[in-house]
Design a protein around this ligand. Sequence first.
Ligand SMILES: Cc1ncc(COP(=O)(O)O)c(C=O)c1O
Length: 434
Amino acid sequence: MKDTERNDIKRVTDEYLMPAVYGQQDLVLDHGEGVRLWDVDGNEFLDAVAGIAVVNTGHSHPRVVDAVQEQVENYVQSSYYFYHEPMADLLQTLAERSPGDLKNTFFGNSGTEAVEGAIKLAKKATGSSEFISLRGSFHGRTPGSMALTGQNKYTHTFHPHVPGAYKIPSPNYYRYGDRFEDENEFGKWAAEQVREVVKYDSNDDVAAVVVEPIQGEGGIVVPPENYLPHLKEICEEEDMLLVADEVQTGMGRTGELFAVDHWDVEPDIMTMAKGIASGVPFGLFMGTEEVSETMAPADHYTTYGGNPLACAAANATFEVIEEEGLVENAATVGDEAFDRLEAMEADYDIVGDVRGKGLHIGVEIVTDSDSHEPSEDIAKDVRTQTHERGLLVSRCGTHGNVIRLTPPLTVSSDEMEEMLDRLEAAVSTVAKDN
Ligand SMILES: Cc1ncc(COP(=O)(O)O)c(C=O)c1O
């Protein structure tokens, strides 16, 4: 593409897009295939962003493309007014594959909407109106989901928030675990903070604890082994629901179909979006029968709910994930990657910690490994350097200093090795200057 045309695309976008968005990279997309993206100048990139952990089946997987094409030619929209096969198939699959007794599903259009719906369901099921969520969490940017989000960089200009949303500490052992004997002692303490909130902060009216099984935007925070099981126990004892926000971690990303499966924890309500439909906008929340049957007709609705196109894409996504063994691949390639990442942590002082499960990977960048002091600036340099080497990564973390790798789950061992070569070359270059 001519320079003028490429620059026009950027100029028009910058001029007319709502300035609320951020983080645009200097790259104009042309097309994608599998784990690769090409820009309009013909440059090829390995993609460890995957639309922010969305295209788990890889860019434009032929099975998903075929399913979407077929559905477009049939009918695109129905609303909940009419029954249709793509939705019935997906409802059945979700009920069969989801953890524990989750059974009933409501379909919306995004992760944020899924969280908003989960809030309504928890309120309806319990008759209570307060919520406990975690510092460092991210649940969305609309009033309810924003009130649950525990990072004021996303929320501070929009006070006052929906009342009755309390925060407990993040189970981030690397940042906050110093004064504890070991991870499990810290995990127990972090979960027990629920009871502290009930005792000191709440109006004794908590409907649910809302948790990302592994915090994503907060910096890929894997909790101590005992954390989620203990949280579930506390919820049962205190008569609260457990809501698992699997928007980022679901659909095989972490090497299990859902992240709660790592700990055999059964949520009462679960949210999903991102990877569910390989990039077709979609989001949903599920509840157990006991919880869901408290909803009455018209308690919740949306025009695009159960959209046939999105359901067809989601059905094809499940088929690809299962037939190509993508959950197992995420676990295997993820394990291989961690061997290499742990070596990087040992070799480079600016790599403070490497965390994650499966292909949900965070590399925490610090000024030096002794102080653990987070450095957003160094992380930005690492990202720029990876980009220059043809690897796309994103940044996350409460301090913006975690390099996140979330490639499509179709990534092969060799492709992952190539990604890590490029990441290491970037880290090594930046480390020399710091
Ligand atoms: C755990 C979690 N919940 C909710 C959301 C919001 O999803 P969406 O951006 O699709 O609205 C996100 C997005 O990153 C997320 O990671």
